[in-house]
Ligand binder design. Structure first.
Ligand SMILES: Cc1cc2nc3c(=O)[nH]c(=O)nc-3n(C[C@H](O)[C@H](O)[C@H](O)COP(=O)(O)O)c2cc1C
Length: 212
């Protein structure tokens, strides 16, 4: 009797677990797929400081090497020196002829990520986890974004009188580009490109990512 009880409870637990995993799997895939790199934004949608705060608020939920939690965040919204960030970032370096972003579609809100510790492998891992997690939160809130590694760190640090060096910038806004993923083989070109106004992002099929 007692055995059956435990068995039943175990099955009940497992079946619940399966349901939870299944729906979480679907929503995670959707979030990840929607979370593309946008280089053009609809400026009719202003991103508030409050929205940027909600995005930064995911950080205490994240893993961190030695739990160092060394990242700090400067929030920048439209009219609040956003133009200075724009002057010091480079978007779409693989499509230089397009001079992205197109006028009138520039991102207007940014999260400048700074580090209280010198850059290292572990700091960079933390940085990647933080950047992607914040972008996923932005997508959940109905926005989009872009990770920006190509920026003038010295100018950004000076212009915002930052107490720590900036290590990465996120642009946040309502994306207004058509972006499609294209499955490719590992030996095909990985370079993103535009086709009839759609931004195509080649991604190597997952089966080829497994070392056999
Ligand atoms: C660490 C890192 C740095 C990046 N820096 C830039 C950048 O400076 N400018 C830019 O336009 N895109 C930048 N990107 C975006 C990548 O180009 C983009 O992730 C890639 O083209 C694939 O597109 P997807 O994000 O839609 O999958 C960066 C992405 C990462 C992860």
């Amino acid at each position: 009797m007692a055995d059956n009880y435990i068995e039943n409870k175990f099955e009940e637990y497992n079946s619940k677990k399966k349901v939870v995993y299944k729906s979480a799997g679907r929503s995670l895939d959707r979030l990840l797929t929607t979370n593309r790199s946008y280089r053009g934004y609809d400026q009719a949608y202003a991103v508030s400081k409050g929205t940027l705060e909600k995005i930064v608020a995911v950080n205490p939920l994240l893993p961190s090497a030695k739990n160092q939690q060394a990242l700090r965040f400067k929030l920048v919204t439209a009219g609040d020196k956003a133009d200075i960030v724009l002057e010091n970032i480079k978007l779409g370096g693989m499509l230089p002829e397009l001079h992205l972003p197109f006028p009138g579609t520039e991102p207007q809100a940014f999260i400048i990520i700074c580090s209280t510790v010198p850059e290292s492998k572990m700091l960079h891992v933390d940085l990647g986890i933080a950047a992607q997690s914040m972008l996923l939160k932005a997508v959940e809130l109905g926005y989009n974004g872009l990770i920006i590694g190509a920026f003038n760190a010295k100018r950004i640090e000076e212009s915002f009188a930052l107490p720590y060096p900036p290590v990465l910038i996120l642009a946040i806004g309502k994306g207004n580009e058509n972006i499609e993923l294209k499955t490719i083989s590992a030996n095909e070109s990985h370079a993103y490109y535009r086709e009839n106004g759609t931004h195509i992002v080649p991604k190597v099929r997952w089966e080829e990512l497994i070392i056999r």
